[in-house]
Design a protein around this ligand. Sequence first.
Ligand code: SAM
Length: 264
Amino acid sequence: MLKKMISKITKFLKIIFFLLFNRNNWLRNYLINEEKFKKLSSGNLSNDLENLIDNLFNLSDSRLQQAANEKPFNNQNTRTEIISNFLNEYKPDQIFETGTLLGNTTEFFGNFDTQVISVEISELYFLISKIRFLDKKNIKLINGDSADILLNITPNNKKIFFYLDAHSQSSLPLKKEIEHCLKFENSVILIDDFKVPNNDSFGYDTYNNLDLSIENYEEIMDRDLYFPNYKTDIDVGNRGYVIVDISGKFSNIFIKNNLLFRHN
Ligand SMILES: C[S@@+](CC[C@H](N)C(=O)[O-])C[C@H]1O[C@@H](n2cnc3c(N)ncnc32)[C@H](O)[C@@H]1O
């Protein structure tokens, strides 16, 4: 019994010595740095640190693990085919994605002969994707808030394909993003996680009790809108989405596609 106690106390003293006196110990050196200690002890974790810890402590069920196995557009092969056919005809001057995560859809966009810009707010996901696309010359990643980055682009008449997918419980730039994108008259917007009218088999996001739906995003109501027109069970993923043809100039491409329906 006494032996056990002495062994425990010795272990405890070793840990204290390790933390306080071992000059080569990175953790001790980190903690005695006044700035870093202030940050840690205030309990004020930045989103980046939160993301990192989330992934580290539950790696097998982490966001990283889930995303690592995903294909473009949340594994939706049919949507990937629809967008692929559209982009081949539309021939965009640029593709602009908000919310890179691990770049699963960014990589798909990178296969088209155009410049791809993708914005990610989390430094962790930005850095991982940055490494992933080091040799992809047509993909440019930006670490920042997509609403800020988008608003810095002056509306122009280029054909830009906007893919708005930067939504999370802590950040929802969608309203600002849509309002700005609508000023680009030759552009087309694809919004992910959006409610498909009269079809609940497609999933959609809800933030602060507000669904991502036409009713809550009236600014797109008077534009040409296209929604998926097929059964969800043909794909693994089932997220809803809407395509906004801002000026209605590209209806010839959309209306011939039976996999989409036009909302009036
Ligand atoms: C659904 S995931 C994106 C998935 C990715 N587009 C794909 O297809 O694989 C949403 C991402 O948006 C990011 N995000 C959330 N708010 C953001 C903002 N305001 N600006 C940029 N990125 C944001 C999140 O960190 C997360 O990585």
